[in-house]
Ligand binder design. Structure first.
Ligand code: GN1
Ligand code: MG
Length: 361
């Protein structure tokens, strides 16, 4: 706490720090809530940036700053109220930088959004708002003047993720390959189909747009009435296929179980959530999406459980070097749960396709 207060003291905050406590359940960065004593001073969020993963912190913070300023201007121009709760506000350090380097770690701070909640699962109604919110998010960023960097190169590139899995299998660093052979084979069976986005892009048929790329359901802030205030966790905002945002929300929001559920009977794809989310998303996004993007939304719904399965599996094989884990087979449990979800999504493909056609009619 003493060290953390010292870090906070390098930022231009208001008020006196009262407490600093861990916040949220992210798998990558360490997040804390900084509470201030005075009623008229805001509370803050302090984050230690995972520098092993986000290696170019200048690029990271430049992306986030471009995106948050652009959204703020859009909200102002639209005459929106309550803007401070609808876009994140990052603090500068006393030297005017967006982060503080303490010689070992990189830290940043933002204003804590009051009276807002995050959820690990959502109702159909909330999903509908979430769909609209991601559609809006992409629409607002469509005319971003800055070109964003890839904060994690090839982040949602399926060919690259498969290559990482194959490298992990070849190295077999933790001696776990035989144990997971079934899942490796299941991933390989689908590899060609799942790399479709990369092929379409190479053929000039699929654009990259500014996307959020981590649209887990718990990365959205909801207000007291269940309306989406804003999308948080902006580290991975970068050019990608719209499939990223559409697919990763469904991967988390439409899963009836948990991302790391041990009970696979709980893990299924919830079509009610799918329908509500898709309806909200298309309401906002159909005006700018191309027919190929729309036609491939069911593919996107499968791609993200698949990609996450490949990533968890590779990390398990590597001996758990990327994701935070709580117990030794955690990444294997996650792999199995994502695979079960993928199978459920696959069963629903014809229904998804039919529903999407209906939304366009
Ligand atoms: C990570 O930071 P967090 O927990 O929101 C990961 C995502 C994964 C997710 C799986 C930078 O997100 O890509 O989908 O875990 N972020 C990074 O839960 O790898
Ligand atoms: Mg998060």
């Amino acid at each position: 706490m003493k060290d953390l207060s010292n870090i906070v003291s390098h930022f231009n905050t208001q008020g006196t720090v009262d407490s600093i406590k861990p916040l949220g359940s992210g798998l990558i960065n360490d997040t804390y809530k900084v509470t201030t004593q005075e009623a008229d001073a805001p509370d803050y969020v302090l984050q230690r940036i995972n520098h092993a993963i986000f290696q170019d912190v200048d690029m990271l913070q430049a992306n986030i700053s471009a995106v948050t300023h652009h959204i703020r201007h859009k909200l102002e121009a639209a005459g929106e109220s309550d803007i401070d709760r609808k876009v994140l506000t990052f603090l500068d350090t006393e030297e005017g930088k967006g982060y503080w380097y303490d010689g070992e770690n990189y830290w940043r701070m933002m204003v804590f959004i009051p009276r807002a909640s995050t959820f690990e699962s959502v109702t159909p109604q909330y999903s509908n708002y979430a769909g609209e919110a991601f559609g809006n998010f992409q629409a607002m960023l469509a005319d971003l003047p800055e070109e964003l960097g890839e904060t994690i190169p090839n982040f949602h590139n399926m060919e690259f993720r498969l290559q990482q899995l194959r490298e992990a299998v070849a190295a077999n660093a933790a001696g776990r390959v035989e144990e997971v052979r079934y899942y490796i084979d299941e991933m390989e069976k689908r590899a060609d189909e799942m790399c479709k986005a990369e092929r379409l892009h190479r053929e000039g048929k699929l654009p990259k747009r500014v996307c959020h790329c981590d649209t887990k359901v718990n990365n959205m802030m909801f207000d007291e009435d269940g309306k989406v205030l804003c999308v948080i966790d902006l580290d991975t905002v970068m050019p990608s296929y719209i499939f990223s945002d559409y697919g990763d929300f469904l991967r988390t929001g439409a899963n009836t179980g948990d991302e790391d559920d041990r009970d696979l009977d709980r893990v299924t794809f919830n079509m009610e959530i799918f329908e509500a989310f898709t309806q909200g998303y298309l309401k906002r996004a159909k005006s700018f999406l191309t027919p190929i993007e729309i036609e491939n939304l069911p593919y996107a719904a499968a791609l993200f459980p698949y990609m996450q399965c490949v990533r968890f599996l590779a990390d398990y094989i590597n001996g758990d070097t990327y994701y935070k884990i709580q117990y030794s087979e955690h990444n294997l449990v996650r792999t199995k749960a994502q695979f079960k979800l993928l199978q459920s999504v696959e069963e629903h493909t014809p229904q998804m396709t039919a529903f999407i056609s209906g939304c366009l009619g």
